[in-house]
Design a protein around this ligand. Structure first.
Ligand SMILES: Nc1ncnc2c1ncn2[C@@H]1O[C@H](COP(=O)(O)OP(=O)(O)O)[C@@H](O)[C@H]1O
Ligand SMILES: [Mg+2]
Length: 253
């Protein structure tokens, strides 16, 4: 079992990349997967063709609100993370053929992620054992690293866009991940679809971390996202998917 997580600035292509990694692992038969959406904006479910509301599933934040506020939840003697756990598996987990999916959802209380984080962390630690791989989609920025939901990760994939800030982001992300003691094995850099092919060499030279390659631009990806079609259904000829397959092979998958 491996845990894979995306990082990077907003719009760099993290969620698309996670979706395409899922497609690759599903096609290789490395299932079941658990997809975890940590981004409050929640794009992952839609990109893999799922409507959590329609499925009757709630986000972890919603479940926490229900448990602690609406029911006036007394927590005497029971750690919140344990009480919420069965709720998550019952009402929060979407269960599909090849993958399950859970979303953390919006902030529980403005500025405080601590409760959902603790709940998710505990729940993930317990259930991940039944999955072949766990894929975590992160929001833009680095704050979530501090939250340490994913304190045990095998591979971190930093998807960069063509900007100075992106180079700085990589260095900072790596440093922060080390500082907050996220236990990761590999920290890979990926050029997102907006990085022009002719800049790849510069990226590789400037970045002192292992560079896996570039996700190619693909008009189909844009169209699928616009029309709400699952990226898992992209044809084998998709240039973005083909490049992700190459990157994954390079990372040993
Ligand atoms: N390989 C690609 N080819 C073309 N467009 C892409 C590609 N990857 C992402 N996009 C476009 O960029 C948008 C943002 O991508 P997304 O994966 O949501 O970024 P992030 O999760 O980093 O914010 C998507 O809605 C899609 O339209
Ligand atoms: Mg995203």
């Amino acid at each position: 079992m491996k845990r894979l997580a995306s990082v990077g600035r907003g719009g760099s292509g993290k969620t698309t990349f996670i979706s395409l990694m899922a497609k690759y692992l599903i096609e290789k038969g490395e299932t079941p997967l658990l997809l975890v959406d940590v981004d409050p904006d929640q794009n992952l479910a839609e990109m893999v063709g799922i409507d959590l509301k329609e499925e009757g599933k709630k986000t972890i934040s919603e479940l926490l609100l229900e448990t602690f506020l609406e029911r006036g939840g007394t927590t005497i003697g029971i750690p919140p993370s344990e009480r919420i756990e069965s709720q998550i598996w019952e009402k929060g987990l979407y269960e599909g053929d090849n993958f399950d999916l859970v979303a953390v959802g919006t902030k529980f209380i403005e500025g405080c992620y601590c409760l959902p984080d603790a709940a998710l962390k505990k729940a993930l630690e317990d259930l991940t054992k039944t999955y072949t791989h766990v894929l975590v989609d992160s929001p833009g920025g680095l704050e979530h690293l501090n939250r340490r939901i994913t304190s045990e990760v095998d591979d971190i994939f930093d998807v960069i866009d063509p900007s100075q800030k992106s180079f700085k982001h990589v260095e900072r992300a790596y440093r922060v991940a080390r500082e907050v003691k996220i236990n990761f094995k590999n920290f890979y850099v990926i050029a997102g679809y907006r990085v022009p092919a002719e800049l790849e060499e510069e990226v590789e030279n400037r970045i002192k971390l292992p560079y896996l390659g570039k996700v190619d631009y693909d008009k189909d990806v844009e169209d699928y996202v616009l029309s709400g079609k699952s990226l898992l259904k992209l044809p084998a000829s998709s240039s973005a998917y083909k490049s992700v397959k190459k990157l994954m092979a390079k990372a040993g998958y």
